[in-house]
Design a protein around this ligand. Structure first.
Ligand SMILES: NC(=O)c1ccc[n+]([C@@H]2O[C@H](COP(=O)([O-])OP(=O)(O)OC[C@H]3O[C@@H](n4cnc5c(N)ncnc54)[C@H](O)[C@@H]3O)[C@@H](O)[C@H]2O)c1
Length: 438
């Protein structure tokens, strides 16, 4: 394929070398003449393992040319990969200066080109940038429509500096955000041979997931480092601890707990986080990330409180009260805290939870609910049908097949459901279902 690459920093230079190695003709474009000169001489503009030899080989093979002329590059290629920098601005926002200027040049170039050019943004871009910002610039400049006269898509880059050629050849996956099949097919022709899944998704999800990946990496590093600081203060070996943590691939290093939903609660997570935070404080160890978790969890409950109050309705039915489906444990249940806050605002509650029977509650569990929702006995109903019948708004916090089926049968048009569990059968439910944050 004939490929133009805009921006010859780490991402662009490594892509240029690897694509040329794989037999493609590549035109490199950069505004930095020094980088272009280095490449012309068969030298690498970035320090990366394997790049010195690879760049020498591909330039000698005659598969690489470089230019500062964006129009020339577009006219002489089938597809452009945009890899310009998107650094932080002083206020923390993304500085999109380079990519905005480039979009203008792209528009001019595409105006002159007869065949529908494919533009693949590989720079990390805040969600919405391709569709809301770059597309209008290129459409205005070219006088053509995305999906007709040219094709835009977003393909996040996952290589890491230091191992970028290896990462190029073995990425975790190839993710392509595209609204049409054609650009995704072109990218499959370029990257489909790599030993990983090729996933086509919406442009916005592809933009967002790149941030999630980097945020998750940062979060994991900080988790290990906060743990190490606390371990050091306690005389515990942090390497041994983290190695053990990583050996659990069922609950720790796994998909577990990584699905959006309602707040966490129960008799373990909150109390153990609190004890950890206290321990750190006692040893003068700062662990702001771990210490911030409980606040974030409370913020999540607040979102649910506001969602219910914003309906302006006073009769609210709860489906579920315990901290998770299938248990009667009410201790630190975030549904109890939602109920408590709504009662405080004068909302009338009725509650159904198949596992929670007041007469059977014992010990700490009983004390907890009596302290937080003193008249719980008057609010609990034995039948879901009664709660649905009474409620103007239903809060669904129970995830069970029976509940899903009952809601499809019982909920009525005009009724509102605030969905905390990502109901799988929204289409079968007659009420107006609103997800907590989806
Ligand atoms: N560096 C990484 O490991 C990595 C990994 C994944 C994603 N990314 C993302 O990829 C993008 C590029 O990162 P990088 O580290 O390669 O950046 P970089 O700063 O090393 O290189 C960017 C290049 O773009 C050039 N440039 C700027 N404006 C241009 C224009 N109008 N036309 C042509 N070239 C232009 C610059 O001269 C520079 O050579 C960023 O959005 C980054 O967040 C980087």
């Amino acid at each position: 394929m004939k490929i133009s690459i805009f921006g010859l920093g780490y991402v662009g230079a490594v892509s240029l070398a690897c694509l040329a190695r794989d037999g493609h003709d590549v035109i490199g474009v950069d505004i930095d003449a020094t980088k272009l000169d280095l490449i012309r001489q068969g030298k690498t503009p970035v320090v990366e393992e394997g790049m010195v030899d690879l760049m020498k080989d591909v330039v000698a093979a005659g598969r690489v040319t470089v230019t500062t002329d964006a129009v020339h590059a577009v006219l002489n290629s089938d597809i452009s990969l945009v890899c310009v920098g998107t650094p932080s601005a002083a206020n923390g926002s993304q500085d999109q200066g380079a990519v905005l200027r480039l979009a203008e040049s792209m528009g001019v170039a595409i105006r002159e080109k007869a065949a529908p050019h494919v533009v693949v943004f590989r720079s990390t871009l805040v969600p919405g940038t391709v569709e809301d910002v770059l597309r209008p610039i290129i459409e205005n400049g070219s006088g053509k429509k995305d999906g007709e006269g040219f094709h835009l898509c977003f393909q996040p880059e996952f290589l890491r500096e230091g191992s970028s050629i290896r990462d190029y050849d073995k990425p975790p996956f190839t993710v392509v955000g595209a609204n049409h099949d054609y650009p995704a097919e072109r990218l499959k022709a370029l990257f489909g041979h790599l030993p990983c899944n090729f996933l086509k998704t919406s442009v916005r999800s592809a933009e967002m997931m790149k941030y999630c990946c980097n945020n998750f990496h940062a979060l994991k590093i900080t988790f290990a480092n906060e743990t190490a600081r606390l371990c050091a203060a306690l005389g515990v070996d942090p390497f041994e601890v983290m190695d053990l943590v990583c050996q659990d691939t069922q609950l720790n290093i796994s998909r577990a707990y990584l699905k959006p939903g309602y707040a966490f609660g129960g008799s373990c997570l909150p109390k153990d986080l609190r004890a950890t935070t206290y321990l750190a404080k006692r040893h003068d160890v700062e662990i702001p990330m771990l210490a911030g978790i409980m606040q974030s969890n409370r913020n999540h409950v607040d979102v649910a409180v506001n969602k219910v109050l914003e309906t302006g309705k006073r009769k609210v039915g709860f489906v579920g009260l315990s901290f998770k489906t299938g248990t009667d444990d009410l201790r630190e249940s975030p549904l109890v805290s939602l109920a408590e806050q709504l009662l405080g605002k004068g909302v009338q509650l009725s509650i159904y939870d198949p596992e929670v029977h007041l007469s059977r509650l014992l010990g700490a569990n009983k004390n907890f609910i009596e302290r937080h929702v003193p008249h719980i006995g008057e609010l609990l109903k034995p039948e879901l049908a009664d709660v649905v019948a009474e409620a103007e708004v239903l809060v669904v916090g129970l995830s069970s097949k029976e509940v899903f089926a009952d809601l499809a049968r019982l909920a009525r048009p005009g009724q509102k459901i605030i969905d905390l569990v990502n109901l799988p059968n929204v289409a079968d439910i007659q009420a107006d279902v609103e997800g907590l944050c989806w």
